[in-house]
Write a protein that binds this ligand. Structure first.
Ligand code: NDP
Ligand code: GDR
Length: 359
């Protein structure tokens, strides 16, 4: 399968991003603008500005931002019919896994029916030959609990990582809704010949990440502790393990998914896994603090080796009703098919995030 040449893109190529104000939406916007795309985006009406992640490119996109909501099927039809985009990216989601346990109905509505609205919109507006569609799938669909997999499957997961063929066992309303979206993309592709691709993205982060996700919560707290404006960092499960990459790399992969001759379902991951505990250690190392751990479970604390101050504590408030313990991705297919490889390492990314949060 050949990749079409990005260098020769016609200047008039038009993209529409649902979720443009989010972390990944903003990096995708940067990337598409740098390639000469005309970028449209859907923003939600809110009592506050939500476009701060887009400030640096605002002049280039201000006339192409449209108020709307992915759950509003009339709006979705209207915007697709009006813009007739060459590429549609659905990054819109209630993207917080823990919140999806508190708001299961809302999260399912946005994360699943939103996708359906776009797929139906492509069909009803007769855009099958005009638009390519990308769905933001997630490693949360895999689940990552050993007991769900055969011994052989688990052995493969911990040595090489999860692939496009690994069975899905979602553990949250978020993961379940995303899995239904994943299935809908495959169904619409087969049934209506729509060019629809699923990216199965593992965690991706950056200094633009919302601080309610664990990486940024940690880097903001470490920076605040260094500045003397915060005493301690309070976390939930330190043992959870994730394959964390940089959102800038993932935006590049997302774009590549739509530059193929045929639609793809593809894992985007770094292939390296770290625990939340290791993440804390790397973030504190960026301010020259050595963390040592004492105690177990809810009583465990992280102590500054030099000053013996307790800097990290546990609160069950951050535990989830059902946890995804271990995620590691194998993006061999992405390498072969879309020629994608990450540029950032985990350690570089966390160090950079702490540096940004210090300024
Ligand atoms: P964010 O939470 O940062 O961004 C989510 C975006 O969706 C925001 O622009 C938000 O708008 C928008 N949105 C939420 N609800 C609606 C709605 N009803 N209608 C229209 N827009 C809506 O997520 P990320 O940028 O990190 O992730 C992008 C996508 O990728 C999400 O779908 C996420 O589930 C998925 N994903 C993310 C991964 C990651 O590690 N970051 C990994 C795998 C998948 P507003 O600003 O108004 O809230
Ligand atoms: P995740 O990201 O659930 O993997 O979903 P998050 O950063 O929220 O959690 C990662 C792991 O850290 C543990 N954890 C904590 N998490 C948060 N948020 N706050 C804490 O204080 C804390 N302490 C420990 C969690 O239990 C979890 O195991 C992200 C989102 O971007 C999804 O949209 C995306 O689909 C997946 O990544 C891949």
């Amino acid at each position: 399968m050949a990749i079409s040449s990005i260098d020769t893109l016609p200047a008039s190529k038009v993209a529409l991003i649902f979720g443009i104000t989010g972390q990944t939406g903003s990096y995708l916007t940067d990337h598409l603008l740098s390639l000469g795309y005309k970028v449209h985006g859907v923003i939600r009406r809110s009592s506050n500005f939500t476009t701060n992640r887009l400030e640096h490119v605002f002049d280039q996109i201000r006339n192409n931002l449209h108020y709307g909501d992915v759950t509003d099927s009339l709006f979705v039809m209207k915007i697709l019919g009006k813009i007739k985009p060459n590429e549609i990216y659905n990054l819109a989601a209630q993207s917080h896994v823990a919140v999806s346990f508190e708001l299961p109905s809302y999260s399912t509505n946005v994360n699943c029916l939103g996708t359906l609205n776009i797929l139906e919109g492509i069909r009803l507006c007769n855009l099958e030959r005009v638009s390519k569609f990308y769905q933001a799938g997630t490693s949360e669909m895999f689940g990552g609990q050993k007991e769900d997999f055969t011994e052989q499957e688990w052995e493969r997961i911990v040595t090489k990582g999860m692939t496009e063929k690994t069975p899905f066992h979602p553990k949250s309303p978020y993961g379940a809704a995303k899995l239904l979206s994943h299935n809908l993309v495959q169904i619409y592709r087969k049934s209506y010949n729509i060019f629809a691709s699923n990216g199965i993205c593992f965690n991706h982060e950056s200094h633009r990440r919302d601080p309610r996700f664990v990486t940024r919560k940690i880097t903001v707290s470490v920076a605040n502790i260094k500045k003397g404006i915060q005493e301690q960092l309070v976390l939930g499960n330190l043992n959870a393990e994730r394959d964390w990459g940089h959102a800038e790399d993932y935006a590049r992969a997302i774009h590549l998914c739509l530059q193929q001759d045929n639609p793809v379902d593809v894992v985007i991951a770094t292939g390296r896994t770290f625990s939340v505990r290791q993440l804390v250690e790397i973030a504190f190392a960026a301010i020259d603090v050595d963390i040592i751990w004492k105690g177990h479970g809810e009583k465990e604390v992280g102590i500054d080796k030099k000053t013996e101050k307790v800097l990290v504590k546990i609160s069950p408030q951050y535990y989830r009703p059902n946890e995804v313990h271990y995620l590691k991705g194998d993006s061999t297919l992405a390498k072969e098919l879309i020629f994608w490889e990450p540029k950032w390492t985990f350690e570089q990314m966390i160090t950079e995030m702490v540096k940004c949060d210090l300024t």
